[in-house]
Design a binder for this molecule. Sequence first.
Ligand SMILES: NC(=O)c1ccc[n+]([C@@H]2O[C@H](COP(=O)([O-])OP(=O)(O)OC[C@H]3O[C@@H](n4cnc5c(N)ncnc54)[C@H](O)[C@@H]3O)[C@@H](O)[C@H]2O)c1
Length: 255
Amino acid sequence: MTSGAVAGKLALVTGAGSGLGRAACQVLSREGATVIAADRNYEAVQETIRKHTALASGSNAIGDHTAVELDVSNAKSVQSLLQMMINQYKTPPTIVVNSAGITRDNWLVKLSEEDYDSVLNVNLKGTFLVMQAFARAMTEAELPGSIINISSIVGKYGNMGQTNYASSKAGVVALTQSAAKELGKFNIRVNAILPGFINTPMVKTVPEKVIGQLMKLIPLGRLGDPMEVAEVIAFLSSNKSSFITGAAIDVSGGY
Ligand SMILES: NC(=O)c1ccc[n+]([C@@H]2O[C@H](COP(=O)([O-])OP(=O)(O)OC[C@H]3O[C@@H](n4cnc5c(N)ncnc54)[C@H](O)[C@@H]3O)[C@@H](O)[C@H]2O)c1
């Protein structure tokens, strides 16, 4: 018998090889879920399962955690992941966390079309492809569920050097709100989290000078920890948030 806020549930986490996705795997497994950790970087996601998730898990009702290679921007890759999950677990996941994301920062006047497209393809189209495939599977199986999309605070306020990234993340909020309206009748909730600046490999690419300036704009005066976002993911995954859908929640230290 497992205990915890999401005990016995099957959870898919994309971008699970690093940062927020890896922290989400840790917290969801701690709360009793079986986790499928998916990432473009297979070695990283295996490490998530070996070193992080496995340590955090109790006994699982559904089965063992799994690491899988996935490119969220590729519809075939998403479909084969769904098929693999149905074969292995005999059910689609009822928790889906879209955390895969990339940045390709540059000034608007210098940004290449390629860097614009790649960010939109992973962050926005990737979220769409995963949501569509797994929402379809949940409705066909008549299962209630919770989908959590990781947007960003810069999708709300914009950010210099991130016209591509900010527009992809604003799109994720619109995608979330629209899907929540469509999927409510199936008891599938869809919510977005807007993290501020969180201490992950993604933020390590931001120059120190810029971080120093940002710090003055964060009332709590520090970067966030990935676990502080993961706890909100676990809350939105669980029945504790049973009347929350279509929400976009800032986890930003007040930025
Ligand atoms: N760290 C922050 O401050 C911050 C703030 C706001 C939003 N976010 C968002 O949170 C999410 C996680 O960011 P993070 O900080 O953990 O970044 P990260 O770079 O540490 O991790 C992102 C993971 O996504 C994976 N990934 C990239 N492209 C992929 C693809 N096509 N298919 C599957 N996996 C892919 C990477 O391999 C990596 O493991 C992203 O969507 C990011 O935009 C992060």
